[in-house]
Design a protein around this ligand. Sequence first.
Ligand code: WTA
Length: 645
Amino acid sequence: MFEITTHPVPEAVRQRAYLKDEDYQRLYRQSVEQPETFWAEQANTFLDWFKPWHSVRHEDLRKGQVSWFRGGQLNVAYNCIDRHLARRGEQVAFIWEGDNPSESAHITYNKLYSHVCRLANVLKQRGVSKGDRVCIYMPMVPEAAYAMLACARIGAVHSVVFGGFSPDSLRDRILDSDCRTVITADEGVRGGKYIPLKANVDKALQSCPNVSTVVVVERTQGKIAWVEGRDLWYHEALSTADNDCPPEPMDAEDPLFILYTSGSTGKPKGVLHTTGGYLLQVAMTHKYVFDYHDGDIFWCTADVGWVTGHSYIVYGPLANGATSLIFEGVPNYPDASRFWQVVDKHQVNIFYTAPTALRALMREGEEPVKKTSRASLRLLGTVGEPINPEAWEWYYHVVGEMRCPIVDTWWQTETGAIMIAPLPGATALKPGSATRPFFGVQPALLDEQGKEIDGPGSGVLAIKASWPSQIRTVFGDHQRMIDTYFTAYPGYYFTGDGARRDEDGYYWITGRVDDVINVSGHRIGTAEVESALVLHDAVAEAAVVGYPHDLKGQGIYAFVTPMKGIEPDEALKQELLAMVTQEIGSFAKPELIQWAPALPKTRSGKIMRRILRKIACNELDTLGDTSTLADPSVVEGLIEKRLNT
Ligand code: WTA
C-alpha cells in the first residue's frame, strides 16, 4: 500500500491566500449556523443584482424543493461581462489555444461583450426568447462560450451537448428539452482529427422537426451540407447584428441551463440549474478554492460539454473578471509535453485537470514534463474521479515541483459547483483526499439503515442541507429528481458516491455506489450501454459493470448473451462496439466483452450484478452467497472464461 504523507500548507501559499485556517473555521461555522446571513453577505459581495431578493433560502429536502434569493433579479451575462468593462475592458477574458500549437487567440472583455451581444441579437431575430431552450454542440472554441453567454443574456436556457456524443444522443437531448435552435460548427478539431459536428447535427435533426435554426461557426471550412432557411453562418449573421443587446432581468430562480447526465437507470437526465445561486457558488469556489487573484491565468482543461467546463471555464472565472484559457486539443498532441508547453506559452498560474489525464502522462515518464519550465504554475487542481496517491505525488513532485498545492475537488453535475475541496492557504493536504467541505456544505455519511455515522467511518455520501448551486429539477420530470436524489434517504440529498471520513474530518471519496461507471472522468450509466448492446439483433441480453482500469480509473466490462443459434465471434464484437458508438459515442465503448451463455439471476429473474462486478474485478474470494441464484452453475462458467485475470 502506498504510504500517505500529509503536506502542510506552505508558508508562502498561506501568506498570499485570501483565507487561512482560522478564516475557514470561522466562516464554515457561520455558514452552517447562520446560513442566511452568510449567503446574503456573499451574494452581495460576489454578484451585482438589478433587484434585491426578499428571502435568502427556502428548502424542503424531503420534497426536493429549494430556492435561493427569491425575488432577486440579475443577469448572468451582465455579471460575467458588462460590470467588468469599466475596469477590465481591455483585459483578456479568454485565451484560446488551438489544437494546432501555432494557433491561438486572445479575447478581451470588450470583444467578448461585442460577440455575445451580437449573437444574442441574432438569436432574438430568429425568435428565441426568454425560457426557450437552445442546444449548443460545439468544439472547444471561444464561440462555445459566446453561445452560452448569449443565451444567458436573453434568458434562453442552454443545453450544451458534448461534441463526442453521437447524432442519436444529440437527437434524444434536443427532443427531451424541445430545443428549437442549435448552435454548432462545421467541424471540430482534436488531436489532429476532424469531427463532423454539422453532419452529426444534420443527422440528428432528421428526427427533430421543431428545430428551425442552426447557427454554424466556421472552424475548418470543411465541406458540409446546407439547409436553406434553417442554417446560417455565425460570421455572416453577426456581421449585420447590432453590437448592444440589453441583458434580460432574470429572477434568481429562473433556469440558466440544462445539462444531461447519466444515472443508474433509464435515459440521461436533464439536470437543471438556475441563475442566482449557481452563479454565486461557482464564483465563490473559483475565487477561494483556486485562490484566484487578479491577473492570474486560469486553465481548466475540461470540455465545455461537461459541468466542469460550464462552471470553471466560463461562469466562475468570468464572474470574477478572470482570464480563462480554452484549449481545443488533447494532452498528447502533438506530443506528451503539450499541457506544459501551453502552460509556458501562456504563463498559466492555476491548472485544473482530471486524474485520468495525469495517469496517461505519467506513463510517458518525466522527460516531457521536465523539458518545460512551468515556473508560472502556482496551484494545481483535479476533478472528476478519485485520484490515486501515486498520481497525486507525481503531479505534486514532477509537475508542481513541490511548490504548488493540489486541490482535489469533489462535486457533481447536480451540485453545480465544488462541494468538498481544500482551500490552499488553509488546508493541509493528504494525497487522495478531497479534504473538507466548502462553506455551507454539510456532508453526512449514512449507513445501510440510513443512519448518520459520527466521527471516522465509511458510508454513502449525502448532503444534509441545501446549497445555492443545487440541482433544482430534472427537466420535464420533477418526480424523477425526487426519486433519484431525495427518496432513498429522506431529508438528505443522496450523491451516489461512497466515502470515508478520517480522524481529522477529511473526506475520501471511494467511488460510485450505484450503477454509474466513471470512465476517464466521463459518467456513463450501465443501463445506457446495455440498451445500446441489446439493440443488435444477435444479442439476447446484456449486463454491464465497471472494473478498475489503470489509466481510465474504471473500464466497462460487458457480459453479452447472444441469441439462440448465434456463434459469437470477433466480427460480432466489432458490430457491438459500433452499436455503442452510434447510440452514445465512442467514449462509452466497453473495454471487455465476455460472451455469456447465461447471466446469473435470482429466482425472480433479477440479474445479480453484484456477482458480475466481482467477476469483472477478479475478486473471486469475496463472491458472496450464490445459493439464491436460479442456476448457480452459470457463475462457474463465467468465472472460467473471465477476461480480467
Ligand atoms: C466523481 C464532475 C472523487 C464522483 C464534476 C461524482 C470524484 C462524479 C471527484 C460526478 C473527486 C468527481 N474525487 N470522485 N475529486 N470529482 N468525482 O457529474 O463519483 O461528471 O459523483 O461531475 O464524479 O461526475 P460529474
